[in-house]
Write a protein that binds this ligand. Structure first.
Ligand code: S3P
Length: 735
């Protein structure tokens, strides 16, 4: 963006931005207005700004005006800018409160609103004023854009570039959510620090008491050294949300008080443990893209034996496969895509974070809704470091396809489990397409140097939707036609969604063959993501094995390439019906009704495996509760999932006393009485959830270790399971 920038307010944030912009580009014309003449004189003397003057003077002719005044002053300043800035001028602000601007903005011309990009760099400190400003303030810090519905995508893209250019990570959310979150994470802590700073001398008569206050008091009250005038402004501007945060805090505080007042030491201990865990998760998230689940997790499920599934209807979270793809295709499209039903699980959130780092503005998620401002097929930016994909094989393999076709280098990394998973299945065909890509020993990290791709005709050795999708996505950037042949059907969400985005695919000529020609543009579209049948499967089986149960799973995706679990359970004798079938965003959806009936063992062959690939852990629990023997073959792929699922299930079933035998490509299980015991999920979300459900039919309690990764695909699983009648509780392994 060129070239003339006006900064209104040369305090810590405005001054730092001026310095950072000056450092990044000596030719920029930066002008500033401020009531503090010293700040202006210093900035002029340092060559940080080239011109100072009144607001109207500095705004005239500016391409960009940055409003960096305290929040309560911002509405009037915006109104004045609307009067004096040119019709093309882009306007942004840096205020730490957003919704109080909305009323003023509503009264300004629509043209102004479309050029206004609300922003907030989370880079303040207890220091203030131009004297504290420094060019590197924003490096590695988060900046939140809070665009209005009317804000033009081009304006958002320009502001994204500007903040990225000074080293910041760009997040985005609605103004309202921004204010709710900031009330909790910033405004409430400031109120507490201000309230706390004066408490000891007030209660103990005099400042002498400070001699007895050490680093705990100093750390806690650091924020009370902040500028009172600025903070009065911020708190007044966000009074409603801050009061709500104070009320919530009051409730939490009451728990501590009650525990202390009544001598309820276990409750006190629980509260402290929970808080420490939350603080640990915060440290992890701040240290890199990692989350609690990435840490491998010392979370345990304790499940009481027995219990019964309550009758009724439930919804499970959005489909993981479709959520990943919605981000990817939305990011590559021209225009704004709106997504609802997005899975706010760690895997899909890693994909979202990766695309933000690739320069895409994504607003949300907020109640499962996203607004993706597509960068266009050639608009991704080079990432500034390795992209962290946690536990997610789908994210890594699909993203590799996208990145192989870019003109920049990238590196993809994951957690311990993902770092063990085979990547040659994509590295080899991508290299055949001309990609420069490597994986040490065929495992992550993946290093991609980008390059010119050409289409290939590739017959996959295994029926893998991840490989197919990776190659089709790479094919978008390849010269000529890319064809992928599958040895057997596997999930086709990528193909369906590509069509939704206006890409022409050829699947007509032969079953199991998909072709596309590179260079096609994607057109933004809206996507409503159904519930994930792989998550629903846990409750399908729970109801199928729980005496007298009758349950409806609402609004679940029933794409025929995913419904193997329903077919297999029906073969086992389960009573499952699909109600209210409909289509949503190119995907079939239905309510799934299940009633308990006695199950019997079955033979499952290779042709059924890909259609239920993620459901075998829970299907094996059904097999353990069934009469007779179940045998699965042709399922060697289960050994290279988040864990070796054949061995992980065999070990757990063995602990529960179930007779079984494993083979290189499968397992045989004989149904019987289930005992109890301690089972290691090996950090695999689906193994953890499967054994939690098994407890419904166990005679003794079941403890499942290493459960933190359940958050990768099914956040809230334990709470929903509890609500449905399982005696499940979560705890730290050491508690
Ligand atoms: C997925 C494909 C499957 C599945 C995974 C999600 C996808 O993997 O196990 O959980 O979204 O494409 P494979 O393609 O390796 O079978």
């Amino acid at each position: 963006m060129k070239k003339d920038i006006a900064i209104i307010g040369l305090g810590l944030i405005g001054g730092s931005l001026a310095k950072a912009l000056r450092e990044s580009d000596a030719s920029l014309e930066i002008a500033a207005a401020d009531s503090d003449q010293n700040a202006l004189a210093n900035a002029l003397a340092e060559g940080v700004v080239g011109r100072v003057g009144a607001l109207a003077e500095v705004c005239a002719g500016a391409n960009l005006v940055v409003v960096a005044v305290p929040p309560l002053a911002a509405p009037a300043v915006l109104a004045e800018i609307a009067r004096c800035a040119g019709p093309e001028t882009l306007i942004t602000d840096v205020a730490s409160v957003k919704s109080h601007l909305l009323e003023t903005l509503a009264s300004l011309p629509a043209g102004f609103r479309s050029r206004f990009v609300p922003g907030h760099p989370l880079a303040g400190s207890e220091q203030s004023g131009y004297g504290a400003a420094r060019a590197e303030l924003f490096r590695g810090r988060n900046v939140v854009l809070a665009p209005l519905e009317e804000t033009a995508p081009e304006a958002i893209a320009k502001m994204h570039d500007l903040w990225r250019g000074v080293g910041a990570n760009v997040l985005a959310m609605s103004p309202e959510r921004h204010d709710r979150i900031l009330a909790l994470t910033s405004h409430l802590p400031h109120v507490l620090a201000f309230a706390m700073a004066g408490l000891p001398p007030r209660r103990e008569n005099g400042a002498g008491v400070h001699h007895y206050a050490a680093s705990g008091f100093a750390d806690f009250t650091r924020l009370a050294a902040s500028d009172p005038a600025l903070w009065s402004d911020i708190l007044r501007a966000n009074a409603g949300a801050t009061v709500a945060a104070l009320d919530a805090f009051g409730e939490d505080l009451k728990q501590f008080r009650n525990a202390l007042a009544t001598g309820d030491w276990p409750a006190l201990g629980d509260n402290l443990q929970r808080a420490r865990r939350a603080r640990g998760a915060f440290d992890l998230a701040r240290g890199g893209g990692e989350t609690a689940g990435d840490a491998g997790g010392e979370r345990c499920f304790h499940v009481r034996p027995g219990g019964a599934i309550r009758p009724g209807g439930i919804r499970v979270p959005g489909d993981k496969s479709i959520s990943h793809r919605a981000i990817m295709l939305g990011a590559l499209a021209d225009g704004v895509s709106r997504v609802s039903g997005f899975l706010e699980g760690e895997d899909a959130l890693h994909t979202l974070a990766a695309f933000r780092e690739l320069g895409v503005t994504i607003v949300g998620p907020e109640d499962g809704c996203l607004r993706i401002y597509g960068a266009g097929a050639n608009g991704l930016k080079a990432p500034r470091g390795p992209l962290w994909l946690g536990n997610s094989g789908t994210a890594m393999r699909l993203l590799a396809g996208v990145l192989a076709g870019q003109g920049f280098a990238s590196e993809l990394r994951g957690d311990e489990s993902l770092s063990q998973r085979p990547m040659n299945r994509i590295v080899k065909p991508l290299a055949d397409m001309g990609a420069v890509i490597s994986a040490d020993g065929g495992r992550p990290p993946l290093r991609i140097s980008g390059g010119r791709l050409r289409g290939i005709d590739y017959a996959m050795p295994v029926a893998s939707a991840q490989v197919k999708s990776c190659l089709l996505l790479a094919g978008l950037f390849a010269e000529g036609m890319t064809t992928v042949r599958e040895p057997g059907p596997c999930r086709d969400h990528t193909e369906r969604m590509l069509r939704g985005f206006g890409v022409e695919l050829d699947t007509g000529s032969r079953q199991g063959m998909t072709s596309l020609v590179g260079g096609q543009a994607l057109r933004a579209c809206d996507i409503d993501i159904p519930g994930d049948i792989s998550s629903a499967a846990f409750f399908l089986v729970a109801a199928a094995i729980s005496p007298g149960a009758s349950l409806t799973l609402e609004q679940v995706g029933v794409n025929p390439t995913r419904t193997g679990v329903i077919e297999i359970l029906r073969q086992m004798g389960a009573d499952i019906r699909l109600r209210n079938p409909r289509e949503s965003g190119g995907e079939p959806v239905a309510d799934i009704e299940v009633r308990q009936k006695p199950l019997h063992g079955v033979e499952i062959g290779a042709e059924q495996v890909a259609l239920a690939i993620d459901e075998f852990p829970i299907l094996l629990v059904a097999a353990a509760c069934a009469e007779g023997e179940t045998r699965i073959s042709g399922a060697g792929e289960l050994r290279v999932k988040e864990s070796d699922r054949i061995e992980a299930m065999a070990e757990g079933l063995g602990i529960l006393g179930i007779e079984h035998e494993t083979f290189p490509d499968g397992i045989r299980v004989t149904g019987g009485e289930l005992g109890g015991g301690i089972i290691d999920s090996r950090g695999d979300h689906r193994i953890a959830m499967a054994f939690a459900i098994a407890a419904l039919r166990c005679r003794q309690a079941v403890t499942i270790r290493n459960c933190a990764n359940v958050a990768t695909s099914f956040p809230g699983f334990a709470a929903l399971a509890r609500q449905m009648g399982l005696g499940i509780s979560e705890a730290d392994a050491d508690s």
